[in-house]
Design a protein around this ligand. Structure first.
Ligand code: BES
Ligand code: MN
Ligand code: ZN
Length: 493
């Protein structure tokens, strides 16, 4: 369950919630709510700043208890940093800090006045949406594979109200839908690969369709894919005991309009196959289905927002394993499009399942195709973990997607898809090789995909860096759900 969100116009001093949240800057400048609380409490906040107990630094939070003149039993002061530097990203960071602090307190509900702060270039709708998404991201906790514990004795944060005009209600509803999509994507991403198999993802998609009127779900099995000639997808699946699925979800929100289409890489575990990966970090390859999780999450958000557009979401779901029946380096497979591919590295499997999915999705006559995939380590080398790599030959589409990423702080950065790179995919044994040379690996992967999207407006998001935080406690981020959901929201007008 995501946090419950609502709007409030109550004055801070009379608000009776278990905790109210207000901002303070480094130089002691108080947000309107903090100033009000300070005044009603006889200067309590100003004194704490003067003594240095509260410094207003970004990242800092302080809980004050039982302030005189304030109805709420707790006031959470959130450091907003330098007044002159406050921007969208810092605002979202402060909202996340606030939620983390609230989570540690024994309370189930809070009212945040941070949304009243002036953020240059951002309106109330943006602040409410961003505050809600940042808060819910903090509230999420993976619990699926722990021994069930006794229902916790203390109250847990379940709801936040934001101070904002009633006109921001639409933005709040959008945030709720997008937060649901992000949670869906994170949970699917975090589940271990012995649970989150291709069949499991298909089951989740079926459930999503059953729970939402207007959504239909089609799941292809191995035999269906063979009939369609999906030799590249089936080649990857060959080494695994977990049979592949091809999932197609459709949302009908606009009669017979041409649909928007998402395609997401769903490799439930990427061992590398016969070109097996090194052991250190291999466990992170359970996240190799985060493209699938991301497009499914964005699809869910679009459906919950009941967007007035048509949307198709195609997910090729497979496991990439080494075995006696696995494909080999030097195998040549025939794709659904007829193009033949020489497998020069079985670890470049994402593009192999995507190429057949990209051909398959064309039967829906989409007006635009966007794919999301944890496709290359090279993309992480190029951009680090903060930006998704965006590749497209369509400048207008690039602009739309970059803007949606900027607006949601789920940012992408464009890499070129110039023809100059294409010849790296030449081979003497098939129409195309599945790997390029030493350099520009994210781009040559994009070039490979471009061979299967000719004649369509298409963009590729490489989310290898952005889809999860690394390390033992690293968790799926739910990206690029916010970017994709915002992009659709902008298209729906
Ligand atoms: N799933 C990986 C990409 C990946 C690697 C994502 C590390 C996140 C972190 C993908 O299937 C892969 O193995 N790509 C290879 C391609 C290479 C063989 C051309 C890579 O990036 O090394
Ligand atoms: Mn791989
Ligand atoms: Zn992979």
């Amino acid at each position: 369950m995501i946090l419950q969100f609502a709007l409030t116009q109550d004055a801070p001093e009379t608000c009776a919630a278990p905790c109210i949240v207000a901002g303070i800057f480094e130089d002691g400048t108080l947000s309107a709510a903090a100033a009000r609380i300070d005044e009603k409490s006889g200067g309590a906040i100003a004194r704490l700043h003067a003594s240095g107990d509260v410094n207003g630094k970004l990242g800092s939070t302080h809980t004050l208890f039982a302030l005189a003149g304030i109805a709420a039993p707790r006031v959470l002061l959130v450091g907003m940093g330098d007044v002159k530097k406050l921007d969208g990203a810092r605002f979202a960071r402060a909202c996340a800090d606030a939620a983390r602090a609230l989570k540690a307190l024994p309370l189930d509900r809070a009212v945040s006045y941070l949304t009243e702060l002036e953020v240059p270039g951002k309106d109330a709708a943006w602040k409410v949406r961003s505050a809600a998404l940042a808060s819910d991201a903090q509230a999420y906790k993976y619990a699926a594979t722990f021994k069930p514990r006794d229902k916790s004795k203390r109250a847990e944060l379940a709801a936040i109200d934001f101070a904002a005009p009633a006109s921001a209600a639409g933005a709040l509803a959008q945030a709720t839908a997008i937060a649901s999509g992000v949670r869906f994507a994170r949970e699917l991403g975090n589940l271990p690969p012995n649970i989150c198999t291709p069949a499991y993802i298909a089951e989740q998609a079926r459930k999503l369709a059953a729970d939402h009127p207007g959504v239909t779900c089609e799941v292809l099995e191995e035999g269906d894919m063979r009939k369609l000639g999906m030799g590249a997808l089936l080649g990857v699946a060959m080494g695994s005991a977990n049979a592949p699925r091809l999932i197609a979800l459709q949302w009908n929100g606009a009669g017979d309009a041409q649909p928007y289409a998402f395609v997401g890489k769903g490799v439930t575990f990427d061992s590398g196959g016969i070109n097996i990966k090194p052991s250190p970090g291999m466990e992170e390859m359970k996240f190799d289905m985060c493209g699938a999780a991301g497009v499914l999450g964005a699809f869910l958000a679009a459906v919950q927002m009941k967007l007035k557009l048509n949307l198709v979401c195609v997910v090729p779901a497979v496991e990439n394993m080494p075995s006696g029946s696995a494909q080999r380096p030097s195998d040549v497979v025939t794709t659904m499009s007829g193009t033949t591919v020489e497998i020069l590295n079985t670890d470049a499997e994402g593009r192999l399942i995507l190429c057949d999915a990209l051909t398959f999705v064309q039967k829906f006559k989409p007006q635009v195709i966007v794919d999301a995939a944890t496709l290359t380590g090279a993309c992480v080398v190029a951009l680090g973990k903060h930006a998704s790599g965006l590749m497209t030959q369509d400048d207008a589409l690039a602009g739309e997607l970059l803007a949606a990423g900027e607006a949601t702080l789920d940012r992408a950065w464009r890499l070129p898809l110039w023809d100059d790179y294409q010849s790296q995919l030449d081979t003497g044994y098939a129409d195309v090789a599945n790997i390029g040379g030493k350099y520009g690996g994210a781009i040559t992967a994009g070039c490979f995909l471009s061979r299967f999207t000719e004649g369509f407006r298409w963009a590729h998001l490489d989310i290898a860096g952005s889809a999860w935080d690394e390390g033992r406690k690293g968790s799926a981020t739910g990206r690029p759900v916010p970017l994709l959901a915002q992009w659709l929201l902008d298209r729906a007008g």
